[in-house]
Design a protein around this ligand. Sequence first.
Ligand code: ZN
Length: 246
Amino acid sequence: MRYLVLSDIHANLDALDAVLASAATEGWDKALVLGDLVGYGADPNGVIAKVRGLPPAAIIRGNHDKAACGVDDASTFNPAARLAAQWTYEALTPEHRDYLRALPAGPLVIDGRVEIWHGAPEDEDEYIFDGPDAWQALEMARTSLCFFGHTHVAVVFHRAGDRFEAIVPEQAETVVRLERGRQWLINPGSVGQPRDGDPRAAYAVYDDLTEVVVMRRITYPVATAQEKIVAAGLPAALANRLSAGR
Ligand code: ZN
């Protein structure tokens, strides 16, 4: 079984289309979506329609999904994010708002093999940035392989006993071989708004036969996504950050 892992698409349809085209060339069986379909970008309805059409084998909500459908009031968001959440709420069709409202919270275990959550296992809105955060999360993990999102930073944490390491995937393709006896905690990176200094769209594919996770970065028409954000009247900073990958 090959699992396509997507996180933090953030209403960036241009990035999502490029990722799906890239993923289609190698093939996948089940899509896992780790939340934040919308927020920041200008194509919330297009992204939700495309994600629903996959259709995902498992999908959980992110903090921006909650804010964009009224489940959360976005009071903890910065001004640009709050403005984008309000814009998204108004732009969404009633059907798509209902779809977001019905999304479950993580964590979720899929096929008894892999666990997904948006932020952290004990709190979907918490961030896992560093080793201590990852260690704490792995203490709660129910499977030896877990995927998370929320930080928009691609990273692989793994541990065996007291030995703990992190890998920062910087290449267009990073192959991670999942050694037995270890726990793996992987952020595939963000499809639609990377923040690790690399503007390329990020995603991962996990093959449970070979026990390999391939993490990819691919180029997409960033300028097109930026033009749509500006044309929608969303804050220019949300367009600018896409080319910086910050
Ligand atoms: Zn996000």
